[in-house]
Design a protein around this ligand. Structure first.
Ligand SMILES: [Cu+2]
Length: 158
């Protein structure tokens, strides 16, 4: 009986030590993972790290005759980022959210060289277009700031 109890306690101790080891490894690897993500973000230049999110540019251009585009057509930003659209063509355009969007906007008519800016505070995929040229399409993907949870907590949430 006493031996059985002792063996049971040993097993409990073994499991506890194992869990502690996994937790420590999880914290170490999560730190490394978060660091690598931050470096990857900086290198790609696509999504600005939350702390540095300030502004992003989109240009309205004419890569070929009468073919106007938003360049780049899709951008990814974190909440609080200001997006500037600059009309680099000789023709008027608008930057207008598609119907049914969660966070609608309309720049009004933007003449040649005009700049329109808007701050995005609502996370989501926000599609937009030019009211004058139905083929001109773009979207802004707005992400909430990144929060890195330890992998142990992530695993517990699965
Ligand atoms: Cu247009």
């Amino acid at each position: 009986m006493a031996r059985k109890l002792a063996r049971g306690l040993m097993r409990v101790r073994y499991v506890l030590v194992l869990l502690l080891g996994v937790a420590i490894l999880g914290l170490i690897f999560n730190g490394l993972y978060a660091q690598r993500l931050a470096v990857a973000d900086a290198a790609s230049g696509v999504s600005a790290p939350a702390a540095l999110a300030t502004s992003t540019d989109v240009f309205i251009t004419e890569p070929s005759a009468f073919n106007w585009v938003f360049s780049p057509p899709q951008i990814t930003v974190t909440t609080g980022t200001v997006v500037y659209w600059t009309n680099n063509t000789g023709v008027a355009h608008t930057v207008t959210s598609d119907p049914g969007g969660v966070d609608p906007w309309d720049s009004g008519t933007l003449g040649s060289s005009a700049v329109f800016s808007r701050t995005f505070n609502t996370p989501g995929v926000l599609a937009y277009h030019c009211s004058f040229h139905p083929g001109m399409l773009g979207s802004v993907v707005v992400l909430a700031p990144k929060v890195y949870l330890p992998l142990v907590i992530k695993a517990a949430m699965l």
